[in-house]
Design a protein around this ligand. Structure first.
Ligand SMILES: Cc1cc2nc3c(=O)[nH]c(=O)nc-3n(C[C@H](O)[C@H](O)[C@H](O)COP(=O)(O)OP(=O)(O)OC[C@H]3O[C@@H](n4cnc5c(N)ncnc54)[C@H](O)[C@@H]3O)c2cc1C
Length: 478
């Protein structure tokens, strides 16, 4: 490795592992990856239990997590506080997530294309990327699918799942493959999951570790970037607590919270807001102005038979913008939960920093359920969930959906914060990066993670982030 890498990737999470593996495939390029959390060199060295998909490894004391305070919304004028959690480890949030791996629906990608003014991110343009990144063990030979990619995908749902039976009996169509090119907007079906046997198939194990033997790829763990090094109109490298590391170009893959926070702490953001935080503005940009997430409310119920799933969510009911999630985990002994999530909420939230000091967490304010349309969709989704519970075998006791006034007080989050550094055209007031992830206003900085997705996606974001990182890396290879 030369002293100054060509490419410095910040964050070995879901996106960063893809970008680093793809860019280092060119032996002429030296790639350095800096990851704030722990890393290891072979799959066998992963912390015991971390990647087992049947449980979410979210113990508050776990060394592979980072927590952030947030306000989800307001109940009677009082803030509804929550803690956001992210994986801070090789594989990032993909190393601690539910392994749900569903492609975004075509209408969301069409809305994305409306932000970039071209078809770079259309369903048709992304189809080959999704097929190439997967090894689908159920539908690999079907049109639009693949069997040669790094991410193994399978659907572990039990065929006699009582939720599916109740949804079918209620008239919802069966959807055997949510990743089929023409999957419908509404229906019930097994969740495609990124699984390697019983383990999460995150991008750390599937992309980065297999590439680590390359002499031109270096991974450093326990190394948090504190700010960007900006010189003469370009991003010339990064700073950590102890060093300045120069690079030919920098790719931010620190996730939607930390990529935005790094820009803001480096003086890239809304100037008034930066000055209020004691940060000298370098470049005016709408960083953190338009964050999206999937607000969620859970209905708990008791069951007579206790079966734990292979993953947190084995089956899902889609209602074209509302996702009904019959979790396969226990939330207390014999207590299960159905989550109802708004997947295309009408409102957005904000992220800002209070200081240049990276130890001070950003201020994250979602604005969930501020819109009457969103409250209506949430109530309708909860009614549907309660109705299905009333039809479901093995449920003991009645479950009543909450009243409208009670919704904000029981809000939770799907942990999918996105869009803090949105993609868009040069004339777009909300855009931070161009259609290929390049920062507007300074050279040699790309962003390749969930922060740049400019529209709400009606599916969980993991599969999209992998495809996004593949395409940004492909654009960077030229
Ligand atoms: C608990 C949980 C469950 C989820 N379940 C699902 C699911 O089942 N399906 C789904 O589709 N989505 C799910 N998601 C969301 C999905 O996993 C994430 O949206 C996706 O992984 C984000 O990818 P990313 O690359 O943008 O960020 P991340 O994967 O979070 O990667 C960011 C990486 O950057 C590192 N980093 C951050 N700051 C710095 C810094 N300053 N210096 C160096 N490194 C830094 C972090 O440590 C981390 O490793 C879940 C998320 C969580 C938290």
């Amino acid at each position: 490795m030369r002293p100054e890498p060509d490419t410095l990737v910040v964050g070995a999470g879901t996106a960063g592992c893809v970008v680093a593996a793809r860019l280092s495939a060119d032996p002429a390029r030296a790639v350095l990856v800096l990851e704030a959390g722990p890393v290891w060199a072979t799959p066998a060295q992963a912390p015991p239990g971390l990647l087992e998909a049947a449980t979410l490894p979210l113990d508050p004391a776990a060394p592979w997590l980072r927590h952030y305070p947030a306000v989800l919304g307001y109940a009677g004028g009082a803030p509804v506080a929550a803690t956001l959690v992210r994986g801070a480890v090789l594989g990032g949030s993909g190393a601690v997530n539910g392994a749900y791996f569903i492609r975004p629906p075509a209408p969301d990608l069409a809305a994305w294309c409306a932000r970039t003014g071209d078809d770079t991110w259309s369903a048709a343009a992304l189809a080959p990327t999704f097929a190439a990144l997967e090894h689908d063990l159920d539908f690999g030979a079907a049109p639009g699918h693949g069997t040669g990619g790094p991410i193994p995908v399978r659907r572990p749902a039990a065929p006699d799942d009582p939720f599916t039976a109740a949804a079918l009996a209620a008239g919802f169509p069966a959807v055997p493959d949510w990743n089929a090119p023409a999957a419908p907007a509404t229906g019930v079906g097994p969740v495609p999951c990124s699984l390697d046997g019983p383990l999460r198939a995150d991008t750390g194990s599937r992309y980065l570790l297999p590439a680590l033997s390359r002499p031109n790829l270096t991974l450093r763990g326990g190394t948090a970037v504190t700010r960007l090094l900006i010189e003469r109109g370009r991003v010339a490298g990064v700073c950590t607590e102890t060093e300045v590391i120069r690079a030919g170009r920098v790719v931010l893959c620190a996730g939607a919270i930390e990529s935005a926070a790094l820009l803001l702490r480096s003086g890239i953001g809304p100037p008034d807001e930066l000055r209020a935080a004691g940060i000298e503005p370098v470049l005016a940009a709408p960083v953190g102005r338009h964050c999206a997430d999937h607000p969620e409310i859970g209905l708990d119920y008791r069951v007579s038979a206790r079966r734990i799933g292979a993953v947190a969510l084995e089956t899902v009911l889609e209602l074209d913008g509302v996702e009904v999630r019959p979790y396969a985990l226990e939330f207390a002994p014999a207590v299960r939960r159905i989550g109802v999530a708004l997947m295309r909420p009408a409102t957005t939230g904000t992220l800002r920093v209070r200081a240049a000091d990276p130890r001070i967490p950003p201020v994250i304010e979602h604005n969930h359920l501020a819109s009457a349309v969103d409250r209506r969709h949430m109530l309708d989704g909860l009614d549907t969930a309660a109705e299905l519970l009333s039809r479901m075998a093995g449920v003991t006791g009645a479950v009543r959906p909450p009243a409208a006034a009670g919704l904000p007080g029981i809000l939770t989050t799907s942990q999918h914060l996105a869009g803090s550094c949105r993609m868009g055209t040069a004339g777009d007031d909300a855009a931070v990066v161009d259609r290929m992830g390049r920062l507007y206003g300074l050279d040699d900085l790309w962003i390749a993670d969930l922060s740049i997705v400019p529209v709400p996606l009606a599916r969980g974001p993991q599969a999209t982030v992998v495809a996004l990182a593949e395409r940004i890396a492909s654009g960077m290879r030229g």
